[in-house]
Design a protein around this ligand. Sequence first.
Ligand SMILES: Cc1cc2nc3c(=O)[nH]c(=O)nc-3n(C[C@H](O)[C@H](O)[C@H](O)COP(=O)(O)O)c2cc1C
Length: 281
Amino acid sequence: MKVSEKLTLPCGAVLPNRIAKSAMSENMAKPVFYPGEEFYNAYKTWVDGDVGLCISGNVMIDSRYLGEANNVVIEKGLDNTKELMNWAKASAGKENHIWIQLNHPGKQSPKYLSKEPVAPSATPLAPPLDKMFNQPRALTEQEILEIIERFGYAAKTVKECGFDGVQIHGAHGYLVSQFLSPAHNKRTDKWGGSIENRMRFVIEVYKKIRQVVGDSFPIGIKINSADFGRGGFTNEEAVFVAKSLSDLGIDLIELSGGSYETPVMTGAQSKTARQNAKPTF
Ligand SMILES: Cc1cc2nc3c(=O)[nH]c(=O)nc-3n(C[C@H](O)[C@H](O)[C@H](O)COP(=O)(O)O)c2cc1C
């Protein structure tokens, strides 16, 4: 295998090579939540540089819960499709792909953006992060179902605007990752407890997206190989979730690790991460 070789995904789409740019939050949306010309320019540069797969920075699915102040948002009622279509044109006529990463931050929405963030359970982030993030409240089942619908709506919009695929952000301690982690998900209903229950949310998000975008549109996910935190999502569980999503037909799985509490994904080893890191492989 060479990095220059094409890669055919399970859905039938073909990536022109094996080089991918991971998500990097652009943090440069214009008010209100729309991607200006800068997005087109940045992605055109990557595409012209022959990056086979360009994954966007996290695009939020609910303007009430942002990860950062200048996130792009895709939700019903927001009229930013013209700008999204312009961004998607950066790969028009090329084999190179641009995928949009969809995210809900859950409790990792800072104080200045969310008065009361939502999460699987009302468990605050560990000190000193509790100073920067408000105490979350637990989602009701109705709200969980609404968030799944929001992922579906955003993915459908991504496809309609001309992008080449979507990636679910299931890593780094955001909402999907919170559901997967026994340290953050203390629910006693069908959305918490066993790994089968904790992964129900991401499985339902995947199924909803697949239902709205069809069988031939690429869907990927970024998940943690482990949370690297005490009582968190383990390496064995990551393998189980990856296999389950693969059996359902997911096209690409990107592995990362960590969360705001154990920020191994930044390269910085926090004291907590150092104390808690216990890779099981
Ligand atoms: C400026 C910057 C912004 C980032 N934004 C995102 C993001 O929006 N979504 C995401 O999944 N990862 C984001 N990341 C993390 C990277 O995609 C990547 O996961 C991280 O550098 C660790 O690499 P690894 O996942 O291969 O271990 C960002 C990284 C940087 C440096």
